[in-house]
Design a protein around this ligand. Structure first.
Ligand SMILES: *Cc1c(COP(=O)(O)O)cnc(C)c1O
Length: 248
């Protein structure tokens, strides 16, 4: 359980991380792939102290899906080496807060959100200039794709036909960098088939935006399938941190 403290939490996290890294190595060896995906450890529901321990174990990329929780943790575990990836449904009125700490947003699913993020980064740059802080890097944006055939399987995202317009809009936004695409395998679907479709959508995006090669896919239960499909970024939570409390 999330609230329970292991007597040696650091050793527990180190063991879990080692097992996840071994799975990644094995999947890479099986596919003959030479390029290693970035492991984003999803720390939602777990305390900032865990983020600190993960950083001490060499983790540089952490993922969060709620702004309030992420903003508080990013302030508490303020390690300049950490990159915060925002991976959850995002309301436009939270854009200003998110761009203050986030390196990337993996869940860009509509044009209104692109507009809000663009404005928010511009404001954040102004604020930093006024306070003498260094400018932030352009916000890395992923178009989240809904791979479900029906609404019950949906895990969020834009439908595939909306992806080209969204990608172009991000690419045109001065403060944003189009990183690529992201998806969560639909509920009840075969992740192999879903991730193969994501790879095809990614190829379309790359044909028009050659730099936007990133594919954010794969979680604790399906990271091997995501690696087969060419994932460049994995988002792994429970197999590193432990089981989360069930959502109410
Ligand atoms: C929680 C979450 C993850 C991590 O899921 P696990 O099954 O715990 O590995 C990955 N991606 C998104 C979008 C999430 O919300």
């Amino acid at each position: 359980m999330a609230g329970m403290i292991h007597p040696d939490r650091r050793a527990q996290l180190a063991g879990n991380l080692g097992r996840v890294r071994a799975r990644i190595d094995e999947a890479l060896a099986a596919t003959g792939s030479a390029s290693r995906p970035t492991l984003i450890v999803v720390t939602k529901f777990f305390p900032a102290s865990d983020v600190g321990l993960l950083a001490s174990l060499g983790v540089q990329d952490v993922g969060e899906n709620r702004d309030q929780e992420a903003a508080a943790k990013a302030a508490e575990a303020s390690d300049p080496r950490l990159r915060w990836h925002f991976i959850g449904q995002l309301q436009t009125n939270k854009a200003r807060s998110v761009v203050a700490y986030a390196h990337s947003v993996h869940s860009v699913d509509r044009v209104s959100l692109v507009n809000a993020l663009e404005k928010a980064v511009a404001k954040e740059q102004e604020r930093r200039a006024e306070t003498g802080e260094p400018a932030r890097t352009p916000l890395e944006c992923y178009v989240q794709v809904n791979l479900a055939d029906n609404p019950t399987g949906s895990r969020g995202g834009a439908v595939p036909s909306e992806v080209p317009e969204l990608a172009t809009r991000i690419d045109d936004a001065g403060q944003l960098r189009l990183a690529g695409v992201m998806a969560v395998a639909p509920l009840g679907a075969d992740p192999r088939e879903a991730f193969a479709r994501l790879a095809a959508i990614s190829a379309d995006v790359v044909a028009r935006h050659p730099e936007a090669r990133a594919i954010s896919a794969g979680m604790s239960g399906d990271l091997e399938h995501a690696i087969v499909a060419g994932a460049t970024h994995l988002r792994v939570g429970s197999d590193v941190l432990g089981a989360r409390p069930p959502l109410g």
